[in-house]
Ligand binder design. Structure first.
Ligand code: FDA
Length: 394
């Protein structure tokens, strides 16, 4: 069977793969994109609640996790949120900033996928969707990829771009294929862990009874803290503050949560002096959702009028509320994780081009790489930027 030959084969029709293919195609390269899914950009379609939080104007290297915190710097500097926004505007896609620099479509994430597919069409990119990738071989002439269970004509190219993402949400077709391929070519993989994921509490934990209650907090894992909302769930903790710290959390570690971030030290003792006859329950309910306030009052043994509570007891309560120690017994895992921390080691890749240092012509981009962004559009920005950077070198 004679192979069909391309300049570049991109494995994965997700955010990074589509961007890379479109840009390389428009630079005159003959590009084929292969994906085992029938449809391109499936994660884009469900992202941002269907509106795709497509970038964050606060993008900076320190908002990404990686064994090498400097690795993302080059690609992020050369393809910026403003560059992607200019593309979105060229397509007349209406957008808005929600909070914290997060940009969303006014309409639908489908517009972003349609835009990327149109960009690919303008670059003359070929697609092989619904095709499982079989073996990948590397020889003097480049790469040879078997697709369609060996029934299809094999394809060859001098460059292979791995853009198959991470294993988050396997139900949607996510796999650890990139890691297997990297290992096949002697590259290292930084242990992949679920990230931007709800954390679980033990079955007898009293906070599980508060499912549905949300409150603004500052949540901290190690040295990293986020001020956002926390949500109690039937299984544990979620909400943006928890999703953010989950990326930094390690099994066995506590999460320290300031449940009253707008109250300064001494607030309960101050209230006792100002209004000694006030009920402590009412005071807590002024700072926290009622159900949470009731539960915390019970746990801290705070009852009755402020005047009847010692300063020492109130000081201890202030301290506990400002640094509540939750010890999750796990996370909801890859099944619920928005992204994966870890992945193909950056030690084996060029930060300029995302090309392997060991295997010339092999590129790894997007979530497959050990670069993971915060919640809020950062992960798509990495997908666009790394896809664009690789495309310049193809
Ligand atoms: P991506 O996962 O997009 O694409 C990988 C492609 O490879 C897929 O099409 C897959 O089918 C294919 N593939 C996998 N294994 C294969 C194999 N063995 N053979 C062939 N093909 C294979 N980020 C953000 O910035 N803003 C947001 O709003 C959101 N929202 C969001 C919501 C939800 C529910 C999730 C799960 C994730 C997000 N994200 C996000 C994260 C974002 O979706 C993610 O970081 C990017 O899609 C990563 O882009 P990639 O192209 O690297 O992988």
């Amino acid at each position: 069977m004679t192979a069909q030959d391309y300049d570049a084969i991109v494995l994965g029709a997700g955010a990074a793969g589509l961007m890379c293919a479109a840009v390389a195609g428009q630079r005159g390269r003959r590009v084929l994109v292969i994906d085992h899914a029938e449809k391109a950009g499936k994660k884009i379609l469900i992202s941002g609640g269907g509106r795709c939080n497509f970038t964050n104007i606060g993008t900076a290297p320190d908002r990404f996790l990686s064994a090498n915190p400097h690795f993302a710097r080059s690609a992020l500097a050369r393809y910026t949120p403003a560059d992607f926004l200019a593309l979105v505007e060229r397509y007349g896609i209406a957008w808005h900033e929600k909070t914290l620099g997060q940009l969303f479509c006014d309409g639908s994430a489908r517009q972003i996928v349609a835009m990327l597919l149109e960009e690919c069409a303008r670059g003359g990119v070929d697609f092989a969707l619904g095709r499982p990738v079989g073996g990948v071989e590397h020889g003097a002439d480049g790469f040879r990829v078997a697709i369609g269970g060996g029934r299809d004509v094999p394809v060859t190219a001098r460059a292979l771009v791995v853009a198959t993402g991470g294993p988050s949400i396997p139900k949607m077709g996510a796999t650890g294929f990139a890691y297997d391929l990297a290992r096949q070519f002697g590259m290292k993989v930084v242990e992949p862990r679920p990230a931007l994921v709800p954390l679980t509490l033990g079955g007898d934990d009293p906070f599980r009874a508060l499912a549905g209650v949300a409150t603004p907090v500052v949540a901290r894992a190690g040295k990293t803290a986020f001020r956002e909302a926390m949500l109690f769930t039937h299984r544990g903790l979620s909400g943006p503050a928890i999703l953010q710290v989950s990326s930094y959390w390690r099994h066995g570690d506590p999460i320290i949560v300031d449940l009253v971030p707008d109250r300064v030290e001494g607030w309960l003792r101050e209230a006792k002096r100002a209004t000694p006859r006030a009920g402590v329950g009412k005071l807590l309910a002024g700072a926290l959702p009622q159900r949470l306030a009731d539960a915390l009052a019970e746990m801290l043994g705070l009852r009755g009028e402020l005047a009847n509570l010692s300063d020492a007891k109130l000081a201890a309560a202030e301290q506990a509320l400002a640094a509540w120690r939750f010890v999750p017994n796990g996370s909801e895992g890859f099944a619920k994780a928005e992204v994966t921390v870890g992945g193909v080691s950056t030690a084996d890749l060029s930060s300029q081009t995302l090309e392997s240092r060991k295997v010339p012509g092999l590129y790894v981009i997007g979530e497959a790489v050990d670069v993971t962004g915060w919640l809020g559009g950062y992960n798509f920005q990495w997908a666009w930027a790394s896809g664009w950077a690789a495309a310049q070198a193809l």
